[in-house]
Design a protein around this ligand. Sequence first.
Ligand code: SF4
Length: 503
Amino acid sequence: MPSILIQTLGCKLNQLESEAMAASFKRAGFTLTSSAGEEKADLILINTCTVTSRAEQKARRLIRQALRENPAARVIVTGCYAQMEGAAIAALGAALRVAPEGPGGGGRLLVAGEDRKPALMALPDYLAGRSGDLDAALSAWQEAFAPVAGPGAARGAAQEAVPWAAQGAAQGAAQETVPRAALETVPRADPFVFRPEDFSFHSRAFLKIQDGCNQGCSFCRSVLARGKSRSLNADEALERLRALEEGGFAEAVITGLNIGQYRDPGRGLDLGGLLRFLLEGTARITLRLSALEPDGLGGGFFELLSNRRIRPHFHLSVQSGSQAVLNRMGRRYSPADIEALTAEFRRLKDDPFLAADIIAGFPGETPEDFKATLELCERTGFAWIHAFPYSPRPGTPAYDFGGRVGNGEAASRVEALLDLARRGRAVYIGRWLGRTVEAVVRAGGLPPGFDAAVSENYLNLLLRREPGEGPLRPGARLRCRIAPLPELPGAGRFDAAGLACVC
Ligand code: SF4
């Protein structure tokens, strides 16, 4: 069977979906290669992001590199950038064409937008059905999952119940070449086909509970690529979490585009209700929440937070500390709401790790607006700030806003935020030195004789092994005492050392 290289850009949602696609290809007998490896892959899948123009630049670089350095490989580009700019990406290489030009038709590039990503989970079936003939399988897949014209139309069509199978039926004879199983198993528009139970790129598990968003902030392109909010029903979510717990995972990251918009109308659950349902239906697995939008977190959510199985780590999409800027962004909260929210997290959890996303240089952001953002971050004492310069996104309302802030000025505002973040992190780590925490072992890139782990409160820990001890199992749960980092080359990318660790 062929080999595959999967490269992923962007958020935890994209990471999870790549994990699921990797698991699906591995199950079909593919070999997973890594970009660092010597072996050239037969198939390269690039899962893209459209949040910033830089993310798109990175994607174009990866695509060109893949086509240039792997002359025999077939390259599939999917994800939000592919959804929004399919034609621009297709122009980067000769498109892989479907019959009747015959398999491959000389081209090697296949662009499958976000709405066709679920159908990529069926591709391994096509290969299984064609004894590994990559071009024939890709061609048949292309024919079966032909895109509906244009992102907007695709978005509408996909969601307005044009389930893939129905289209298939309309095409009559052509369907015969498509394995029925794949049709049934992968309805085109089902964003929840991604349920990895083994993880090739991460030591912790991910559980996707929601996709899309109903808000439409003026700067956000993700919502254009992923569409309206949809939720995985609670029973299915519980069944998947139980499978992860039985699979030995100590922690699952609860993921979506805007998990605060989670709704299960059948059981009348919002995010808080779902988390309670998941905790009551499982025994030990802990839950870490991916990024949270500050508004829309119902009362049930806060009642749950004191539960020790909810990790004390909250990443808030704050974006600005100026009410005027928040209004132009289309955000539905105030700086005072952020302070109240973080105070509530600190009341319910023992010194949780609080992080914030902040956009610097949003159109019309004055020095006074930015000062308000800095002051909010200082007052709140975030342990980390993910600071980004505003990136104009075509198709979003803010793209046409006046009052653009110069790149240089935006960059210096980002630097000021990162400076504050570094100080906040050092203060936070200082508060935890000498304390004992739970952590999950993670794999990857360590000096000999050391392991690494992520603590419950999101600190990156370096663990020194006892003489003669072997490596710890990635994903294993342990308790250790936090201590200052040893003087070691490469230790700087860790927050602290973990001592006296017991599994
Ligand atoms: S809340 Fe706003 S920024 Fe977040 S996904 Fe929705 S539209 Fe985008």
